[in-house]
Design a protein around this ligand. Structure first.
Ligand SMILES: *[C@@H]1O[C@H](CO)[C@@H](O)[C@H](O)[C@H]1NC(C)=O
Ligand SMILES: *[C@@H]1O[C@H](CO)[C@@H](O)[C@H](O)[C@H]1NC(C)=O
Ligand SMILES: *[C@@H]1O[C@H](CO)[C@@H](O)[C@H](O)[C@H]1NC(C)=O
Ligand SMILES: *[C@@H]1O[C@H](CO)[C@@H](O)[C@H](O)[C@H]1NC(C)=O
Ligand SMILES: *[C@@H]1O[C@H](CO)[C@@H](O)[C@H](O)[C@H]1NC(C)=O
Ligand SMILES: *[C@@H]1O[C@H](CO)[C@@H](O)[C@H](O)[C@H]1NC(C)=O
Ligand SMILES: *[C@@H]1O[C@H](CO)[C@@H](O)[C@H](O)[C@H]1NC(C)=O
Ligand SMILES: *[C@@H]1O[C@H](CO)[C@@H](O)[C@H](O)[C@H]1NC(C)=O
Ligand SMILES: *[C@@H]1O[C@H](CO)[C@@H](O)[C@H](O)[C@H]1NC(C)=O
Ligand SMILES: *[C@@H]1O[C@H](CO)[C@@H](O)[C@H](O)[C@H]1NC(C)=O
Ligand SMILES: *[C@@H]1O[C@H](CO)[C@@H](O)[C@H](O)[C@H]1NC(C)=O
Ligand SMILES: *[C@@H]1O[C@H](CO)[C@@H](O)[C@H](O)[C@H]1NC(C)=O
Length: 693
């Protein structure tokens, strides 16, 4: 065959295939579907790109619409139309209400309108679509109840999480829906009990009811759902015991019952749960001991029992617990020593034993704990810090060490052989430790966060602190340090050009930090790396001046120098700290004036120079309109606020009219104040609240 023949064949073949397609093109979407979609559009306050007037009346060509690719051969076969089987418009910024007309898309199989701004209530008609398999309305603002009668014989997945639904869970949710595999109604305002009807959802694999207002006991019907692999009922008000019937859920991989009011003992049924990897039960009222089947589970990798009333000695069978990676037993009533066999849990990386009544010393065996990366032991009764550091320095992978509120009145060891090479976070606060900042610390070149506040440490602040190129949070407040602030601190690289917009490293969900719940959306910032970039040197006996080079710290958010003996002027260069939110210079011996350049610190929401020896005029403009009089008292300052200046020292007229400037300042202040207020909540479950703003 020559080229020409081949071309002819191609053309003819092409034509043959082309012909039916051409004739189909006249077929438009079914008029009922078209009408339903047009009515849906009428309910919107926004337009959908590619839909509506001026566009093809063939709705099958509209973006987000998929039609059935074959004819709908009904009785009326003379009218051949395509039927809409998929309507998918996620994350399109759509605003408006969901029309009942969507229920007329009777061939619809997939409806995905997630991540938009739909409001008002759920159309009842949606819950009667005979062919609907997937319904995703998550991340909208849909309110009101879930319809009582649900008739979705084909449904496999329902996700209406992250809305503002209220009312109770529908009793009959699965009566006609035998294929439902995924049901996610989490992060709403649903109330009432878990209905017994849930027990008929026999195909259910993934049930999400977290962050609602559900009450009462966990109904036994839930434990009939043998296919469940994920059960998330955390953040409700469920009470009563966790029945041993939970052992029926043999396929469970993730079980989260945290933040409820569940009580009694944890049932000893974990040998039945042969696939369970995540057991999260923190913040309940469980008592008694960890059951043996749990402390020897070969599958569990994440075990979180924090904030209960569990007691006894901690015994884990590490030869059995071959998967354990993260162990959080904080805030319970455990007592006795740290188990010395933990290093034989080969994958154990993260441990939180904070806030228990455990005591004794760090076991010698921890020398070989090479998997350990994160260790928090704060607020128990451990002793012998010297031995603790000697042992823990040999944990090659240790990056975060929190020892706050232990080792009371001991000496911070100065042994020069101590060497923590990989340490990124060291917190030994509130221990009344004696001694000074040890030289061995200078070898921890990777330190990002150092908190040795609330101790009784003395001496000067070493110059080499400025060598920590990764440091972004330094708190040495409330000690007895003397001498100058080393100028080297103004050269901390990460505070000059640190980029904190990127999460630097994951850390386990341990309670240095707290959950933020704002409105319906739940946020969780449990990461060390979310601390605001800070220099806290307050409540010491530091003297000398405030270096103008502090102005280089463009990434610093908090500078707290209050309650020291600092003297000299406030350098006007401080206006270079353009990210600064809090500047507290109060209770020192600073003199001179407040530099007008500070009005350019546009994120400043808290400022104090109270109780110094300042004089002159309080600058106006920027954020300065938002600071209270108490920020300035105890000086010889005057200004437009509470301390009017004598007429001859009146400040020169400002370029803008005063009211305008102040108004803008207030708005910025409120916005910044809000942002920072939210940020502050992050840290409230720390061992102590070390900020006193
Ligand atoms: C399709 O529509 C065109 C005009 O729009 C018409 O000429 C043609 O005959 C129609 N074809 C069929 C198969 O209905
Ligand atoms: C089209 O719809 C008919 C009837 O609704 C159905 O039987 C057929 O499987 C569908 N075909 C496709 C490709 O979706
Ligand atoms: C068939 O289609 C015609 C025209 O659209 C309509 O008037 C008629 O009611 C339909 N018949 C049935 C049985 O659906
Ligand atoms: C649901 O919310 C609406 C409006 O906020 C309210 O009027 C109604 O009483 C609530 N229903 C229930 C059951 O809480
Ligand atoms: C501890 O658990 C209770 C519920 O049992 C909860 O109210 C409280 O907020 C939890 N505390 C923390 C710090 O998570
Ligand atoms: C720990 O688990 C191993 C392996 O499952 C088992 O052989 C051993 O008897 C257990 N030890 C104890 C004290 O329960
Ligand atoms: C130490 O950490 C590294 C990387 O973080 C990891 O690859 C290694 O497996 C860890 N060592 C042990 C013994 O877990
Ligand atoms: C601390 O531990 C070391 C080494 O285990 C030991 O020699 C020393 O006596 C201990 N100190 C106290 C006060 O128990
Ligand atoms: C300083 O620390 C002690 C505990 O060592 C604490 O009682 C005191 O309240 C702290 N003072 C300030 C001002 O933070
Ligand atoms: C700190 O850095 C300086 C300059 O890079 C260097 O000379 C000094 O030895 C370092 N100090 C320590 C304790 O590492
Ligand atoms: C910070 O890092 C992010 C992500 O890597 C980048 O997009 C952003 O431009 C950086 N900001 C600065 C100020 O370097
Ligand atoms: C330390 O633990 C005790 C008892 O466990 C508790 O009452 C106290 O509030 C805790 N202190 C801090 C600062 O967490």
């Amino acid at each position: 065959m020559g080229i020409r023949e081949i071309l002819v064949v191609i053309l003819v073949t092409g034509f043959c295939f082309q012909a039916p397609v051409l004739s189909f093109q006249n077929l438009t979407c079914n008029p009922t579907d078209l009408q339903a979609l047009q009515d849906f559009m009428k309910g919107l306050d926004t337009v959908i790109d590619g839909w509506g007037n001026g566009f093809s009346s063939d709705c099958c060509k509209w973006p987000g619409i998929t039609c059935n690719s074959s004819f709908s051969l009904g009785l009326n076969s003379s009218v051949d139309t395509y039927r809409v089987v998929q309507l998918e418009l996620p994350s399109k910024r759509l605003v408006g209400k969901l029309s009942e007309s969507l229920g007329n898309l009777e061939h619809l199989r997939t409806l995905d309108l997630s991540h938009n701004f739909f409001k008002a209530s759920l159309p009842v008609s949606l819950f009667h679509l005979p062919n609907l398999e997937l319904l995703d309305l998550s991340f909208n603002d849909i309110s009101g109840p879930i319809p009582v009668v649900i008739d979705l014989p084909s449904i496999q997945s329902i996700d209406i999480s992250e809305n503002i639904l209220n009312g109770s869970l529908p009793e009959s949710i699965c009566v006609n829906s035998h294929h439902l595999r995924i049901l996610n109604l989490g992060v709403n305002y649903l109330s009432g009990n878990l209905p017994p009807g849930l027990g008929s959802c026999s195909s259910l694999q993934d049930l999400g009811l977290n962050m609602n207002d559900l009450r009462g006991g966990i109904s036994e019907s839930l434990f009939q759902l043998q296919k469940l692999t994920q059960l998330s009922i955390q953040d409700n008000k469920l009470s009563g015991p966790l029945s041993k019937e939970v052992g029926n859920l043999v396929n469970l991989v993730r079980l989260d019952i945290s933040t409820n009011l569940l009580s009694g003992t944890i049932p000893d049924v974990f040998h039945s749960l042969g696939r369970l990897q995540y057991f999260v039960a923190h913040s309940n009222k469980f008592s008694g001991q960890i059951p043996p089947s749990l402390s020897s589970s070969p599958t569990i990798s994440l075990l979180t029992l924090r904030n209960n009333s569990l007691e006894g000695n901690v015994h884990l069978n590490c030869s059995a617990m071959t998967s354990l990676a993260s162990l959080d037993l904080g805030s319970n009533r455990f007592e006795g020593p740290i188990p010395s066999n933990l290093p034989s849990c080969r994958h154990l990386t993260n441990i939180n034993f904070a806030r228990n009544s455990m005591s004794g010393q760090i076991p010698e065996s921890f020398k070989n704990f090479h998997s350990l990366s994160y260790l928090s032991l704060s607020n128990s009764s451990y002793s012998n810090l010297s031995s603790a550091l000697q042992i823990l320095q040999q944990c090659r992978n240790l990056t975060v060490l929190v020892l706050t509120l232990n080792f009371h009145d001991e000496e911070l060891p100065a042994d020069p052989t101590i060497h923590f090479a990989r340490l990124k976070v060291l917190i030994i606060a509130n221990c009344r430790l004696k001694g000074s900042i040890p030289l061995w610390l200078s070898n921890s070149r990777k330190l990002q966060l150092l908190d040795i506040s609330w101790n009784c440490l003395e001496g000067t602040i070493p110059v080499w602190l400025g060598n920590f190129t990764h440091l972004f949070y330094l708190d040495i407040s409330n000690n007895s340090f003397i001498g100058d602030i080393p100028r080297s601190i103004t050269g901390l690289r990460n505070l000059i050009d640190g980029n904190f917009s990127t999460v630097q490293e994951p850390s386990p969900d341990f309670p240095l930090f707290m959950i933020i719940k704002n409105s319906a959306r739940g946020l969780q910032y449990n990461q060390v790396w979310r601390f605001p970039p800070t220099l806290a040197l307050s409540n010491n006996n530091l003297s000398g001046q405030i270096w103008p080079e502090f102005g280089n710290l463009k990434s610093l958010h908090v500078l707290d120098l209050k309650f020291n003996n600092l003297s000299g002027p406030i350098p006007s260069n401080l206006s270079g700290m353009t990210s600064l939110e809090i500047l507290d210079l109060s209770h020192n011996k600073l003199s001179g004036t407040i530099p007008p350049s500070l009005v350019h610190l546009s994120f400043l929401s808290k400022f104090s120079v109270a109780d110094n020896q300042l004089d002159g005029v309080i600058p106006t403009g920027g954020q300065f309109g938002t600071f209270p009089n108490s920020s300035f008292e105890g000086n010889n300052l005057c200004g437009d606020y509470a301390f009017p200046c004598l007429s001859d020292s009146k400040p020169p007229p400002q370029p803008h009219s005063k009211s305008k400037v102040e108004y803008r300042g207030v708005v910025i202040g409120i916005a910044v104040g809000f942002v920072f207020g939210v940020a502050c909540f992050i840290v409230t479950d720390r061992y102590v609240w070390t900020w006193h703003f």
